[in-house]
Design a protein around this ligand. Structure first.
Ligand code: DON
Length: 307
């Protein structure tokens, strides 16, 4: 697809989806997310061999929430290697992102690194392995994009921490089942910090471009990890990136991706592009309503999906 037609397709679908009456509801269990303007809508595509393109609110910062779980996993996987899969499994859970249900029968091994229980285990690994976990995670994420335009939001972190009862339950449960080396409160503090990362669609799509490029950061040439690690993380995004809606996302969009309750979604087309969309209204499963609709129309109309 040439650049002109890519920009045209993005613009046409953007206008069509923007006009839809149905837009879902912003997450209301984190007070700071509940007050975000629901009509915000941005899209940005970052390409390996073509120019980038953005439309709408693509340069406005939003809370990336669970999208950060892919970045924590990449850093922990790079440090620990294959040993990481002793602590967390690689199966879709088929349950909500913050479910406690399977942990007991699974003996404290979370089904995958993207459900909250799995992400808490990954954060526990980062605390054990990094000298200055907060700074080191942020520096890693900043190194993935040319602008470095990404930072923690103390406001969102405090907001989530004040009501994060389920995550407190999950961390304590994991500790009791022997799958946290550090204190639950320390793990939760770093978890809420990483979930509070804020950036815009432009930066988010640039950050994830290394996942379309076999693990190599395009602007710096730095190798985050091997092609085979990149394959595995993409496979996890494909099978587990949307929790109990992962099958639906694969069926409708057909790309590896990851959502967050801030209304962001990032999706990867290997060897070609990374695309980020943001619309705060969520569907019943907690994924961006318009974001999913946009991506479904985009891969259908461009016939660019991995299937
Ligand atoms: O732990 C939580 O509930 C949030 N910090 C993140 C959840 C999230 O983004 C799930 N994704 N769709």
């Amino acid at each position: 697809m040439n650049q002109v037609s890519c920009n045209e397709v993005v613009s046409t679908i953007y206008q069509r989806v923007k006009a839809l009456k149905e837009k879902g509801k912003p997450a209301n269990y984190i007070p700071e997310l509940a007050i975000v303007e629901p009509s915000k809508f941005g899209v940005h595509i970052a390409q390996l061999n073509d120019a980038n393109f953005g439309i709408g609110d693509f340069q406005e910062n939003f809370s990336i929430q669970s999208i950060s779980k892919v970045l924590s996993l990449c850093l922990a996987y790079r440090i620990l290697g294959e040993k990481i899969w002793k602590r967390v499994d690689v199966e879709p859970s088929g349950t909500k992102f913050n479910s406690l249900l399977q942990l007991e029968s699974d003996n404290g091994i979370p089904r995958n690194p993207f459900i909250n229980a799995g992400a808490l285990v990954i954060v526990d690994i980062l605390i054990s392995e990094l000298e200055n976990p907060k700074e080191d995670v942020l520096n890693f994420v900043k190194s993935l994009c040319p602008s470095g335009n990404i930072d923690y939001s103390p406001k969102v972190k405090a907001s989530e921490k004040s009501v994060g009862y389920r995550n407190f339950a999950l961390a304590n449960f994991l500790k009791s089942l022997g799958n946290l080396d550090n204190e639950p409160n320390d793990v939760l503090d770093l978890y809420f910090t990483i979930c509070s990362l804020e950036t815009d669609c432009e930066t988010l799509s640039e950050i994830f471009l290394f996942m379309a490029n076999d693990g190599i950061v395009p602007h710096s040439g730095e190798k985050v990890f091997s092609k085979s690690y990149s394959k595995r993380v993409n496979a996890l995004m494909q099978t587990c990136g949307f929790y109990d809606e992962s099958g639906e996302f694969a069926f409708r969009v057909g790309l590896p991706g990851k959502s967050g309750v801030g209304g962001g979604i990032v999706a990867i087309y290997p060897d070609k592009y990374s695309i980020a969309v943001w619309s705060p209204g969520l569907n019943a499963k907690g994924n961006s309503y318009k974001g999913m609709k946009f991506l479904e129309d985009f891969t259908t109309e461009t016939e660019m999906s991995i299937f």
